[in-house]
Design a protein around this ligand. Sequence first.
Ligand SMILES: Nc1ncnc2c1ncn2[C@@H]1O[C@H](COP(=O)(O)OP(=O)(O)OP(=O)(O)O)[C@@H](O)[C@H]1O
Ligand SMILES: [Mg+2]
Length: 320
Amino acid sequence: MGLLEVKNLRLSYGTVQGIVPAVDGVSFTIEAGETLGIVGESGAGKSSLASALMRTMPRNVVNYTGIIEFEGSNCLELSDEAFRKQIRWQRMSMVFQGAMDSLNPVIKVGKQVAEPLLLKPGIKPKQAYATAQQLLKMVMLSPEVFHRYPHELSGGMKQRVMIAMALIFNPKLILIDEPTSALDVIIQAQIMNLLKRFKREFKLSILFITHDLALASDLCDSIAIMYAGEIIEMGSAEEMLLEPKHPYSQKLLVSIPRLAEDTRPEFIVGAPPDMTALPPGCYFQPRCHCVFERCLHEHPPSFKLPSGRLVKCWLYGDQR
Ligand SMILES: Nc1ncnc2c1ncn2[C@@H]1O[C@H](COP(=O)(O)OP(=O)(O)OP(=O)(O)O)[C@@H](O)[C@H]1O
Ligand SMILES: [Mg+2]
């Protein structure tokens, strides 16, 4: 059994324009020590998926169903209190998208990292601060960072602090939402190396969210491509990079600029669909270069290929 098993997860928001099915029947498994990349364009539902797993959804959620089985507990059946006490931050934690800008400006970094431990009954402040120091060291920050204020840190340093905070209770799984998109490439590489080390040395399981397929394939064992709330393709990172099957994944791959080759990156024509008025049939059909009759009317299920790859596309159906 996997560490995290997600089956048919759905999360919709109510808006004045209508219902937004941000997570639309998503299923996947993360084994202990495994890293899964969730890749997709802006608005695909990546952050919504993470907030559904962490139960940190906004108030306008109108539908939240499916199965989230984490270390054998069915999370959707747990009360909010039980989930908070047993799972969130303790065993499954998260680095939220853009959260490095939400560090409290008037509290020193060390105290902010130690805070969740300081609030735990039975843990002495000295112990909490020692753990915070250790965590800062683990994310390769110098000890004096403990006494600094957030504005005295660079973006890359703040992101390391966020990762340290997510590790405070020594979780089994960490969800990381776009940790490097605001950072330059050198700092981005340093953060990626840090995550690779955690994966290698501590066998930490990671759900890594990004819009960058190349970045995901560098860290992840498997990759799931999200489009309009659905996982449209999932497989091993290597296979996904070498031979994407879904027309959308193929377009994502050729949109990556390559220095060594004499080819120009292609762009994906059109824009992601309006989530309150999804097209009939396959959600990608208006932009698809392989579209045929069936795609216009029938929504494709996930087809399992002999290699184990899952593809939600009629090209891989029994009969076209
Ligand atoms: N609180 C909300 N209320 C209504 N709609 C929302 C809310 N949050 C997100 N959405 C919508 O849900 C869809 C998925 O959004 P989400 O933020 O999960 O995408 P994302 O893949 O994380 O995008 P990005 O790469 O820009 O972070 C989008 O259509 C978005 O507009
Ligand atoms: Mg997001």
